[in-house]
Design a protein around this ligand. Structure first.
Ligand code: FMN
Ligand code: NAG
Length: 327
């Protein structure tokens, strides 16, 4: 019996469904795993756009719904061994959920002038909320990626982008291997507590927890690259700049956590250096201790530890129209 035309069409459509699903999966798979080449192209594009900002007549209004501006490409998988001989200093720069995260653009800008520095940024989920182009001093994450020397920005989800299989790189381990120096500026009260107690529930604290506490038995120095610590400049380390509200700072638990970090200080042969907060009017309206050390001083310490020499790039970075960065 002849099927009516409409039923035939329907039957064909039904038969095509599995193929459509397979094709969908295929395209999802090839677009899911970002290649390093694609990442390079995206970085170049972002940098070009930052250098030649398009004229826009509308100043963006601050809005809590700015997450669209904040869409960030997922970085490609990292293998530290691919970067051993790149003749660059490797700075892993983390920010956690303190208001002082808004100083990150200034720090990055100041460090962008060094020709032989490579920076990878780590952000906790709270830290990302401070950088959504909601104000001129708070550019979007993509615009940070456009700053020279910034190779990638990693967030917690990047650890789990591709379901792990044997032999695949593990992001927090590769980041540790890659880094000559890990800087956590600002270090929030929460992240201070976590790292002193050994919790490792996010990317930043996992890198800290997986740090080579043997002073180089696990991570060998790279030939020709001075490391931040040790008499022979042969030790990696973690530099932290706590930043919190005065009441948080004065709370007795803070002293306990700091004392734990200081037990592992580089002065005592350990791997941690603490840049203590300063006193000033805090963003929350309280006056007192707990403010992050001045960003320019932090830049100075980073340059000194990595042996970079100062380049005087200390102008503040302020986003202009359209969330682009400018001096
Ligand atoms: C607007 C705002 C500002 C904050 N500033 C700070 C701060 O300066 N220092 C701090 O330790 N926590 C601050 N917090 C609280 C932290 O963001 C919160 O404890 C968060 O859980 C920290 O998470 P993280 O350590 O994983 O980044 C602030 C929270 C908000 C909403
Ligand atoms: C990077 O440049 C600085 C300043 O010129 C220099 O002292 C340092 O040795 C260089 N580092 C590497 C790894 O080449």
């Amino acid at each position: 019996m002849e099927m009516p035309e409409t039923d035939k069409a329907l039957a064909q459509l039904l038969r095509a469904i599995p193929y459509l699903i397979m094709m969908g999966c295929f395209f999802a798979a090839i677009t899911y795993i970002p290649s390093r080449r694609e990442h390079e192209i995206k970085l170049q594009k972002l940098r070009l756009e930052a250098q030649n900002p398009k004229q826009q007549d509308e100043t963006p209004k601050p809005s809590p719904q700015t997450s669209k501006n904040n869409e960030l490409p997922h970085p490609p998988p990292l293998k530290a061994s691919d970067h051993l001989t790149d003749a660059k200093h490797h700075l892993l720069l983390a920010a956690t959920g303190s208001v002082a995260t808004i100083k990150l653009p200034n720090i990055l800008h100041a460090l962008s002038h060094h020709p032989n520095l490579s920076i990878r940024i780590l952000l906790t989920p709270s830290a990302t909320t401070f950088l959504q182009s909601q104000s001129p001093e708070q550019p979007s994450l993509p615009s940070l990626l456009a700053i020279p020397n910034v190779e990638a920005i990693y967030r917690d989800e990047d650890e789990w982008l591709v379901p792990w299989t044997r032999g695949a790189p593990i992001l927090h381990i590769e980041l540790r291997r890659w880094a000559d120096l890990l800087v956590i500026a600002p270090l929030s009260a929460n992240s201070l507590a976590k790292i002193s107690l050994g919790l490792s529930s996010d990317l930043v604290s996992s890198v800290v927890r997986a740090w080579d506490s043997t002073g180089g038995l696990i991570d060998k120095p790279r030939p020709g690259v001075a490391l931040p610590y040790g008499e022979k400049r042969d030790r990696k380390g973690i530099l932290v700049a706590p930043a919190m509200n005065t009441a948080m700072w004065n709370h007795p638990v803070t002293a306990r956590h700091l004392a734990m970090l200081e037990e592992w200080s580089v002065e005592k042969g350990g791997w941690i250096e603490v840049l203590r907060p300063i006193e000033k009017d805090l963003a929350c309206g309280d006056m007192g201790g707990g403010a992050m050390k001045e960003w320019k001083d932090i830049v100075g310490v980073i340059e000194e530890r990595l042996g970079l020499g100062s380049t005087g790039g200390e102008e503040e970075y302020v986003a202009i129209k359209g969330g682009k960065l400018a001096k």
